[in-house]
Design a protein around this ligand. Structure first.
Ligand SMILES: NC(=O)c1ccc[n+]([C@@H]2O[C@H](COP(=O)([O-])OP(=O)(O)OC[C@H]3O[C@@H](n4cnc5c(N)ncnc54)[C@H](OP(=O)(O)O)[C@@H]3O)[C@@H](O)[C@H]2O)c1
Length: 272
């Protein structure tokens, strides 16, 4: 299968590129419909994995026009150009940023609370209107260890390591649940997502433990000490991923994924 990958130099794209042979699209910054038509016409892909985006909530708020182009128009151009290629596009759990309730959110519980989330939701709707066979991956916050030559960003594991090194207080809640996912699992699952029926999927680890318990798990598994403090309250950002599981996909839970990452990188060596 000929797979075209956008955002190949990004946080997620770099891991997908490392996991499978793909054709890397050039940067789509400022791309217009004709540029994307030309790209698809040249590559003639069987599937398109679209990770390119302005993925930072604050950056979107600061640049509404630029982020609308990146997060809504570029995916729409891809959908119009796809010519039968299976489309798999990254959305975000931020589509639940305004959702309330004491249970993990299902795909129908959307409620947006920021511009990035609104753009992702509009992108989903516009693309699915053009191609109902397209797959929308509502991804969680993701993490990986910093590595030479591979892009990274501030994430769960760097937050814990930073707190362990500096011993600055880390205040987390026993009442806050958040789906957070090991990005290597995301890369593998994204490649499988070409087999999913069209629609939107909650795509990541289900939050089986609180943020506070996740930090405790980090300490237990690595032997590193955190100056962990308990704070009250917190907003849940968690997803029910039954739809993905029923379609043959699925992730480790938040606690399992963290344990896998710690094992993959032998992080227990740091606490010895
Ligand atoms: N990282 C997370 O924790 C997270 C959480 C939920 C959802 N997501 C979603 O998952 C996808 C991948 O996230 P990521 O963290 O890999 O993203 P990223 O690293 O921030 O960005 C991916 C790529 O997007 C391209 N890009 C940046 N600005 C652009 C613009 N104005 N127009 C077009 N392309 C642009 C860049 O490629 P070039 O330099 O080649 O232009 C960049 O390498 C995104 O759709 C994101 O919204 C991410």
């Amino acid at each position: 299968m000929k797979i075209l990958l956008t955002g190949a130099n990004g946080f997620v794209g770099a891991r997908i590129r490392a996991a499978a042979p793909v054709i890397c699209a050039p940067s789509l910054r400022g791309a217009e419909k004709e540029d994307i038509d030309r790209l698809i016409d040249t590559v003639q892909p069987d599937a398109i994995l679209h990770t390119a985006a302005i993925s930072d909530i604050g950056a979107c708020a600061k640049d509404p026009e630029g982020s609308y182009h990146a997060n809504v128009l570029v995916p729409e151009y891809l959908a119009k150009a796809a010519n039968g290629a299976k489309l798999v596009l990254f959305s975000s759990d931020q589509v639940y940023s305004g959702a309330k309730g004491d249970k993990p959110f299902t795909e129908d519980d959307v409620a947006t609370a920021n511009l990035y989330a609104e753009e992702k939701l509009e992108m989903e709707n516009r693309v699915l209107a053009i191609d109902p066979n397209a797959v929308m991956l509502r991804a969680t916050w993701m993490y990986d260890m910093p590595m030479f030559g591979v892009p990274n960003r501030s994430n769960l594991i760097t937050m814990f390591l930073n707190a362990a090194i500096t011993q600055k207080p880390l205040a987390l809640s026993k009442e806050e649940f958040r789906g957070i996912t090991y990005v290597r699992e995301v890369a593998e699952q994204t490649l499988q997502a070409v087999n999913l029926p069209g629609g939107a999927y909650n795509f990541g680890s289900e939050a089986d433990v609180s943020m506070y318990a996740l930090a405790e798990l980090f300490m237990k598994k690595t032997g590193m000490k955190l100056n962990l403090q308990e704070k009250s309250g917190g907003e849940n950002l968690w997803m029910n991923c039954a739809k993905l599981k029923n379609a043959g996909g699925g992730f480790e839970t938040t606690a399992e994924g963290l344990a896998t990452c710690i094992e993959d990188y032998n992080l227990s060596l740091l606490g010895q």
